[in-house]
Design a protein around this ligand. Structure first.
Ligand code: ZN
Length: 674
């Protein structure tokens, strides 16, 4: 590990900056590293596209703010300058002047006078026309562009959203009508292209018209730079298939033709032979209130060989796990195929994946392409790892874990067990079991997704404690699973409640599933465990120690705080097996009434007093709710003739340096793109 490497970097406003390590970069060949480098450059070259998509003044305001940040000669320690710096860091993080998550306009905490004086002192700013009052008004006036993406029903979603996917005078009704008519003249109605995905819809002389994002079109200057990096990537592709994928993407960027885009995604989905992979292009539609137009993103990555070996070991033994599960044999599969979930290593995040990133990716988005050609689903292992590592020592576990001994258990095994739990859940859990003949797969209706998540989680929890995992070399020793049992119950019974507003109930399927499992175990922890599934009781009681010894698990109050205490891990595993058998029965028989009873009894309501306590303890920790990443720097190594021969990774760059460098090196667009 580099000497100066830390997973956590600076904190400002509601944001914690993290770093991630490009694990395994050294195991790639020099040619693969060069490929990753070119794809990384392509992932950064489109940065300004996203800024302009997020709002039509963003590039100009960024130029203004960065010029002040670099050249300001007044008191750089003053409250105003500090507040100004925080504001700029937030603008960088959001790729524009609206909050990356809430999409509300960011509120400056420096004074209007400070900004005026700073601008007076600096004088002319390259590319910006005076007077600057227009930009000052956009920053300070709460009436101007208050929201990037407005979703309030009943309002004109386009006129009230600041995102730049439609001309400022295009109404929602006009845009909807435009695309309804476009779809009506479609070619193959079963295989529709992603209408409107890669253009801005504008009004010219009263006529609606698409400005397509392509070479020689809108954003053409940035797209040409992306193309030139992709051409270099193509020249060092790992195989012909990968070269074809890149070539098709270049063709799409040149023509803007959406059927070429579909052809490209089909090639991309089928390209699984190499180690290196990427996404590059107009991808997610959350930024468009109508959900048509896609924000630009870029991502260079390669296969995590260690993690993939782990998932392959599980997939190879899928039938063994199926045969040995505590589920009734009528509900078991006789032939099982494990899924190899691909784990990848991020090398560079760009566009809408930077600095705030997803930790899993499932593409493409086109429904018919997914149905006919499948999709790629990956988890980004080194980002998950960075989140985990950064969480160590932030005080969260220290606050909620009952004692030092358990804390140590979690610090030793926690991260490895979390990864393994995910693998078991994804590779085996969802794929296990079968429906009885004639059972409607949608029989559980609205409870279906929650029951399905519970089934996969229970399968994972049951097997994470199995000696088979030790035999396969997937756990370090027979104690490791205990950390997973503890953190799972702590999360399901207590800490996941911090994400729910006071007075609300649990709604999200994964959260409900965790509550069901944890509360059911608590509710059954004091009884005898027998072989068969136990009937689900109607009301959760609060179990305490009963005659015949302590509960396997209990909630305990100490000094006014509630903790999870596990007394008997082995009995807990038997109970998990029992609930797994019952949940599989519910699924296999399509027992809607039992599903409803289980979910409504254990998965919805929250004890208000406990909820308030947990939220208060969490808030006292003052943890940043949002996190994002500083990219590593990939540095090319040249021979004497100036040819690139290899690439190395450097981690030392600061957040502001990286942002200023990107604004300088990847300034691929003019400040005004109309
Ligand atoms: Zn799942």
């Amino acid at each position: 590990m580099p000497d100066n490497f830390t997973y956590t970097d600076e904190r400002f406003a509601d944001i914690q900056m993290l770093r991630y390590r490009v694990e395994g970069f050294e195991t790639l060949t020099p040619r693969q590293r060069i490929l990753v480098y070119y794809l990384s450059q392509a992932a950064l070259a489109g940065r300004d596209i996203l800024w302009d998509q997020n709002g039509r003044f963003n590039l100009r305001i960024r130029r203004m703010l960065e010029t002040i940040y670099i050249n300001y000669e007044g008191d750089r320690l003053s409250d105003d300058f500090r507040a100004f710096t925080t504001y700029l860091k937030r603008v960088w993080f959001s790729n524009g002047i609206h909050h990356h998550y809430s999409t509300d306009k960011l509120q400056p905490a420096f004074s209007l006078d400070f900004l005026r004086q700073a601008l007076d002192q600096i004088g002319d700013i390259e590319g910006l026309e005076k007077p600057y009052d227009k930009f000052i008004d956009i920053i300070f006036n709460p009436e101007v562009m208050p929201k990037r993406v407005n979703q309030n029903e009943g309002e004109d979603l386009l006129l009230t959203s600041a995102s730049n996917y439609y001309g400022p005078d295009v109404t929602q009704a006009e845009a909807e009508d435009f695309y309804t008519r476009q779809k009506a003249c479609a070619g193959d109605p079963k295989r529709p292209v992603m209408y409107g995905m890669n253009s801005r819809l504008v009004k010219e002389d009263g006529q609606l018209r698409e400005l397509v994002w392509r070479s020689k079109g809108l954003y053409g200057q940035a797209i040409d730079k992306i193309i030139s990096w992709l051409q270099l990537a193509q020249s060092v592709a790992e195989n012909d298939r990968q070269a074809q994928v890149i070539s098709k993407l270049i063709e799409f960027y040149r023509t803007g033709d959406l059927s070429t885009f579909d052809a490209y995604t089909i090639l991309w989905v089928n390209d699984t032979g190499g180690d290196v992979d990427f996404t590059n292009g107009f991808t997610e539609v959350y930024g468009d209130p109508l959900g048509l137009k896609a924000s630009w993103e870029g991502f260079a990555n390669f296969k995590d060989k260690v993690a993939t070996a782990r998932t392959e070991a599980l997939a190879t033994n899928a039938q063994w796990f199926e045969d040995h599960s505590p589920v009734d044999s009528r509900f078991k599969k006789t032939s099982t195929q494990g899924v190899t979930a691909k784990v990848i290593v991020a090398a560079t995040l760009g566009g809408d994946l930077y600095p705030s990133s997803a930790i899993g990716i499932n593409l493409p988005n086109s429904n018919w392409v997914r149905a006919e050609h499948g999709s790629k689903s990956v988890t980004i292992g080194n980002l998950t790892d960075a989140y985990n590592k950064a969480a160590h020592g932030n005080g969260f576990l220290e606050e909620f874990v009952i004692d030092k001994e358990t804390l140590e258990l979690i610090n030793t095994y926690g991260d490895a067990c979390d990864d393994l739990h995910t693998d078991l859940h994804e590779c085996l859990g969802h794929g296990s079991g079968r429906l009885l003949e004639g059972i409607d797969p949608d029989a559980l209706k609205a409870y279906g997704s929650c029951i399905e998540e519970a089934r996969a989680d229970l399968f994972a929890l049951y097997y994470i404690a199995d000696p088979k995992l030790l035999e396969l070399g997937l756990v370090p020793d027979a104690e490791a699973y205990k950390s997973q049992y503890y953190t799972y119950l702590m999360n399901g019974l207590l800490t996941q409640l911090v994400r729910i507003e006071p007075g609300a109930v649990i709604e999200e399927a994964h959260m409900r599933n965790r509550a069901i499992i944890a509360r059911w175990l608590l509710d059954h922890a004091h009884g005898q465990v027998d072989g068969g599934p136990s009937p689900i009781e109607n009301s959760p009681t609060t179990p305490g120690p009963v005659d015949g010894g302590p509960s396997a698990v209990a909630l305990l109050r100490r000094r006014g705080k509630t903790y999870v205490q596990i007394n008997d891990y082995e009995r807990l595993r038997l109970l998990i097996g029992q609930l797994l058998a019952e949940v599989q029965r519910i699924k296999s028989e399509g027992d809607y009434a039992a599903a409803a009873r289980l979910v409504e009894t254990y998965g919805v309501s929250i004890d208000a007093t406990l909820h308030a306590e947990i939220r208060e303890r969490y808030q006292a920790l003052d943890l940043a709710p949002y996190k994002g990443f500083i990219n590593p720097e990939l540095l090319p190594i040249y021979d004497e003739a100036g040819n690139i021969v290899d690439v190395k990774v450097s981690y030392g760059e600061s957040y502001d340096h990286q942002m200023l460098r990107y604004s300088h090196d990847y300034a691929s667009l003019p400040l005004i793109n109309d």
